[in-house]
Design a protein around this ligand. Structure first.
Ligand code: TNX
Length: 503
């Protein structure tokens, strides 16, 4: 049914019908339910309105949160807002997502605060809806990551991929290889300050994410993107191999070239590799994977695999096979960038992350499709639409341009099952990566992430087709999130394609 004014929701629900009346929210509004989402709801409403709602243990209540496994598909919920507001979640995640939807319906007008009346039934299209934060090129501390979790879980993202190591730095403490954080964490790209997570920091992030129904996927990028490992343990890496692009980019950007054993301050790629024919390398990989697995409750460990430009193909394939097998031995499902699909015997069930374009180039599609042939599946991160570090426009001050210039509309208009030649069921979902070469602060990260992450949230969550599943509807709905983002201090880019609402 085509609503004249769609409810101001992103991602758009499976079904949503507006009711005429609003439900007032006042200091006496009572909230009932045993879910941890009750406390999150009360906190969120207080920080937005200054009104502290009261939790109650028995009826009557004005807002009620219920779990009923029969009510919808996993992570699904219904939300009715009339005289009262009732959220029925299929599980805790469903209740949490019902709360996020309710918060988008909170409005202030001359009569005070209220919820827009609505009848909503909703559940996700894809089980995997991810964002990635590169904490290696620039480091972001625990509080920044928590804010990132808040703002992305509010859009119903449920996976947080942390890119924990790269040429410029190593960002998580590993007891059995302590020099990684001692010697390779102090700086970031351009010589900006670095940092690392202690094991307690990492556990704190994982727990905070879990409370917001996000699974953390830790990535240690191997066998390339490993210059920082060599600063701590020179015996593990090869000498840098310079490629023409790297030399040209370094010159253009006025950045230094990589020097063995010295911290790398540029952002050129493809020059580093661990030593693939040394057993010590696999001791290292095994130790790191084991320690990460011990503190990661989620099922995945990402072992990288991108841009090993100086590594002979046979060596790369051998490494891909051994490294994915090590992750399986540690009891986790390996995830790898699509290049690792070149390895004939990559561990069965490995999940590939496709970062080619929506029209695949070279061997990208073939490599990605091989994960499926090996019993695995795919995450779609098509670089020319999902990459949050690409500029919105030529003159945007932050970001890069190699994959595309991505305005909000092009971020929105693509279909994840239409890129590769695999069954739809092989597509687990979508992930939008934020690489941090050009972002030094969380505020700069947010300018690149919002509003484009909202486009990927809708592609990953909402039904493929529907009256509101279209750019003209999306741009109005995403514009209606402005007051919410402003209240939460999310530094979104006010892209001129979007009619931003004042309140
Ligand atoms: C390519 S995409 C990379 C990263 C860069 C990014 C910048 C991928 C798997 N690798 O190393 O940070 O481009 O956009």
């Amino acid at each position: 049914m085509v609503l004249p004014h769609p409810l101001p929701l992103v991602p758009v629900p499976v079904s949503a019908v507006a009711r005429e009346a609003r439900m007032p929210i006042t200091a006496t509004t009572r909230v009932l339910g045993s879910s941890p989402a009750v406390a999150l709801l009360i906190e969120a409403i207080e920080s937005r309105t200054g009104l502290r709602l009261s939790p109650v243990e028995t009826a009557p209540a004005d807002i009620e949160l219920i779990i009923d496994a029969e009510s919808s598909a996993p992570e699904g919920y219904t939300l009715e807002i009339g005289d009262r507001a009732v959220i029925v979640g299929a599980d805790e995640a469903g209740v949490f997502y019902g709360v996020q939807t309710l918060l988008q319906l909170l409005r202030q007008d001359d009569d005070g605060w209220s919820l827009l009346g609505a009848d909503i039934a909703d559940s996700p299209r894809f089980a995997r809806r991810g964002v990635m934060l590169d904490v290696a090129r620039h480091f972001f501390g625990v509080d920044d990551v928590k804010r990132f979790i808040d703002s992305t879980s509010a859009l119903k993202f449920n996976h947080l991929h942390l890119h924990l190591s790269d040429d410029q730095g190593w960002r998580v403490h590993i007891d059995s290889w302590p020099r990684l954080t001692e010697l390779s964490s102090a700086s970031s790209a351009n010589g900006d300050p670095g940092g690392f997570y202690t094991k307690d920091d990492y556990r704190e992030i994982v727990a905070y994410a879990a409370a917001r129904h996000m699974i953390v996927i830790p990535e240690i990028d191997l066998p390339g993107h490993t210059h920082a490992i060599g600063v701590a343990y020179p015996e593990l890496v090869e000498a840098p191999v310079l490629n023409d692009n790297l030399v040209a980019d370094s010159e253009r950007l006025g950045q230094p070239l990589p020097v063995a054993g010295e911290t790398y301050l540029g952002w050129g790629v493809g020059h580093s590799s661990v030593r693939i024919h040394e057993e010590r390398t696999y001791d290292f990989v095994r130790d790191v994977v084991r320690e990460l697995a011990e503190m990661t409750p989620g099922p995945y460990i990402h072992i990288g695999g991108d841009e090993s430009l100086g590594t002979p193909q046979a060596d790369f394939d051998l490494f891909a096979e051994r490294a994915t097998a090590i992750v399986v031995e540690a009891g986790k499902t390996p995830v790898a960038w699509h290049e690792m699909g070149s390895a004939a015997n990559i561990a069965e069930g490995t999940v590939g992350q496709y970062w080619g374009k929506t029209t695949p180039e070279g061997t990208h599609a073939e490599e990605a499709e091989h994960f499926v042939a090996r019993g695995g599946a795919l995450i779609m991160s098509a670089a020319n639409v999902t990459y949050l570090d690409m500029k919105y426009s030529e003159d945007f001050p932050l970001g890069l341009t190699w994959a595309a210039i991505i305005d909000v509309r092009s971020a929105y208009e693509w279909e994840p099952t239409a890129v590769l030649d695999v069954p739809d069921t092989a597509i687990l979902g979508v992930e939008a990566p934020l690489w941090s070469e050009t972002t030094r602060t969380l505020s700069e990260v947010e300018q690149l992430v919002f509003p484009r992450a909202a486009a990927q949230a809708e592609i990953a969550w909402s039904p493929k087709e529907g009256p509101e599943r279209a750019w003209e509807s999306f741009r109005v709905r995403v514009g209606s999130l402005a007051p919410l983002w402003k209240a939460e201090g999310v530094d979104f880019h006010p892209a001129s394609e979007i009619p931003w609402s004042a309140r």
